[in-house]
Design a protein around this ligand. Sequence first.
Ligand code: PBG
Length: 312
Amino acid sequence: MSPAVRDMVRETELSVRDLIYPMFVDETLHQPRAVPSMPGVMVHSISGVAAEARKAERLGIPAVLLFGVPEHKDDEGSEAWNKNGIVQRAVRIIKKETDLAVITDLCLCEYTSHGHCGILRDGVVDNDQTLERYALTAVSQADAGADMIAPSGMMDGQVAAIREALDDAGYENVAIMSYSAKYGSAFYGPFRDAAGSAPRSGDRRSHQMDPGNRREAMREMRADIEEGADILMVKPAIPCLDIIREARDAFDLPLAAYNVSGEYAMIKAAAANGWLDGEKAMMESLLAIKRAGADIIITYFAMQAARRLRGD
Ligand code: PBG
């Protein structure tokens, strides 16, 4: 086949409009801070976050996903629902200065002194007490102007609790993108360096899924649909292409995949060593995630991939 015909019969196209750019904002910073395990990724100060978001907007990226690192952490993670908390401030600034869709990650692990995703009772996460805090946090993020809330803590019933709280507060239009099928994965390591959210002790296996389980992922997604999720998510992406495909075939909601920190770090590290062509590996990974069935890809490569897609 000639190259022209090959182009014509290509089945999958990646577009800048498919990408969500995750951004970190840290209340203690005055200058951006590099993340050593994620070359090219910065943690931003509140004063720099809008400029970075504007860069993404100029490249045609439609949305950002915000993670906050608060100055003060406590047992409950109460900064998560502070109306002047770091994420709430970042949302307000980005909504004011851009037309981007702003999505807020909702979890307590960046906000708790112990680094767990919820309220602890006798050393284990208490699901129902945690849901109350997730509800408060969702409403405070919507008050700040978030277009969509992305609960990532994997508590049972989190989507229903957040949907009800948003509706009660008059935010019927604020959507929920649920981290529905989130595996307990080794590929989140670099993220925890960026967000300072590693658990002080123990792990997240009580609420994140065992990588050996496929049917459980389908069950989690079905539950989230019943609870009112607008977009489903599979995380991580490349280790879960089978789950993405199965979700695409089974459900008709929009499907997102999170190309996580470790997936990014692997390609960057190998490229830095000259072991593979980083740009090509990036584009092939993103294309494969789309081919598997994702409509939306959350990726730290968003800016780099956007430049490449635009031919800049
Ligand atoms: C939890 C959260 C995590 C990620 C996104 N949301 C960390 C975790 O579950 O430990 C990981 C994303 C990545 O690795 O890029 N707030």
